[in-house]
Design a protein around this ligand. Structure first.
Ligand SMILES: NC(=O)c1ccc[n+]([C@@H]2O[C@H](COP(=O)([O-])OP(=O)(O)OC[C@H]3O[C@@H](n4cnc5c(N)ncnc54)[C@H](OP(=O)(O)O)[C@@H]3O)[C@@H](O)[C@H]2O)c1
Length: 349
């Protein structure tokens, strides 16, 4: 193994090819559609929930990876042990994105925000930064992009978050790049911000747990490792070029059914009580104003009251991935959440 410090990669040097191997290599030269493995795959949001799993899977599969992160310390903890290049940069900044894409073979664009902060709007991060990345990719001659959108994202959605992702999706699908768009339903995994948030709220509600809109909205939770594998398969399968793939878990579940499974996983018992969104909205608006890190915002509350399922699941049909079920035994990580963790999460990241 050598440490190629110029590129930041640590790489295993393959043994020199024999004459017959070289002849086979010429005969089997990659089709132009295929992504070169000699160039790095740039992964934005590399230290996020999906990014952490995707970077690990890509490295294990022999890809060179350049993870774009904005928090070096967080990245060191989450992906610092992997043989990849970590580059600190803000995807909104063309000056840092141009060199980040310079010699890349492909771009997997994951970075986005679900909760806005001062200076971090949906439009700036989810939409405008996608334009910055597309321009940087074009300037660098990068042809392949896998864009992680969102089930329900649409440029004409009345919900700002879904609209911001939908407009970005349109930019990608009307670009000249070889694109694939992935549209997952909600994602679960040890560091997720959906199931963990529900579990923390369970810890903070000793007897009764309120379900927005009665908890009848249906979701199709998908495991983070399945989402990461889906992105890797897209990169490796040129048959996915110019396709928009909706992906979800094994079965649709209502919010009530999901919460029941979460309670089993946590070994907890609560009375589940439906509460109209119109009653929760003002309470959440107050929490949003008072808490540095609100668990849910009024914008996201609306999304808990609408279906988020994928009737045609490309995870199995197109990508051949057998989804991990949303079963209590897969959610045992929730057991570790204590009341003090739940309180602390309202104040710190
Ligand atoms: N989680 C879900 O349930 C879900 C469902 C459907 C689709 N998706 C989509 O999947 C993708 C990945 O989501 P995720 O769950 O992995 O989200 P995540 O854990 O929040 O990761 C997103 C990453 O993007 C980074 N980021 C945000 N703004 C940035 C900026 N201006 N410059 C550079 N990096 C920035 C974040 O950095 P920091 O760590 O510094 O904040 C974070 O590491 C997103 O596009 C999301 O819309 C997620």
């Amino acid at each position: 193994m050598t440490d190629d410090s110029a590129s930041g990669f640590q790489t295993d040097v393959p043994a020199p090819a024999t004459k017959s191997e070289a002849a086979t290599a010429v005969a089997e030269q990659p089709q132009p559609e295929e992504v070169s493995r000699n160039r790095p795959v740039v992964v934005t949001g590399g230290s996020g929930l999906v990014g952490t799993h995707l970077c690990r899977q890509l490295v294990e599969a022999g890809w060179k990876v350049r993870a774009i992160v904005r928090d070096a310390e967080k990245a060191a903890t989450r992906i610092g042990h992997l043989r990849l290049e970590i580059r600190v940069g803000d995807i909104r900044d063309p000056e840092s994105m141009r060199p980040a894409l310079a010699d890349a073979g492909a771009l997997i664009h994951l970075a986005a925000i679900a909760i806005e902060k001062p200076g971090d709007s949906y439009e700036a991060v989810n939409t405008d930064a996608t334009a910055v990345l597309l321009a940087a990719a074009r300037a660098a001659g990068v042809q392949r992009i896998v864009y992680m959108s969102q089930n329900g994202a649409n440029s004409s959605s009345p919900y700002r978050f879904l609209r911001s992702k939908g407009v970005a999706e349109d930019m990608v699908t009307t670009s000249t790049m070889k694109w694939t768009v992935l549209k997952p339903s909600v994602i679960f995994g040890p560091e997720d911000e959906f199931v963990n948030v529900l579990a923390r709220l369970v810890r903070l509600s000793p007897l009764v747990f309120p379900l927005p809109g009665g908890g009848v909205a249906r979701f199709q939770p998908i495991a983070v490792d399945d989402v990461a594998l889906a992105a890797r398969r897209c990169l490796e399968d040129s048959g996915t070029v110019r396709r928009t793939l909706s992906i979800g878990g094994s079965t649709p579940l209502t919010l009530r059914q999901m919460t029941e499974r979460i309670l089993v996983a946590m070994n907890a018992s609560r009375k589940l009580v439906g509460v109209p969104v119109s009653i929760l909205r003002p309470l959440i608006a107050v929490a949003e104003r008072l808490l540095p890190r609100p668990p849910v915002t009024t914008g996201l509350l609306e999304l808990l009251d609408m279906d988020n399922v994928v009737p045609e699941n490309d995870l199995t049909a197109t990508l051949g991935i057998d989804p991990m079920p949303f079963a209590p035994e897969e959610l045992l990580y929730l057991r570790q959440i204590t009341v003090s963790d739940a309180i602390a999460s309202l104040f710190h990241a």
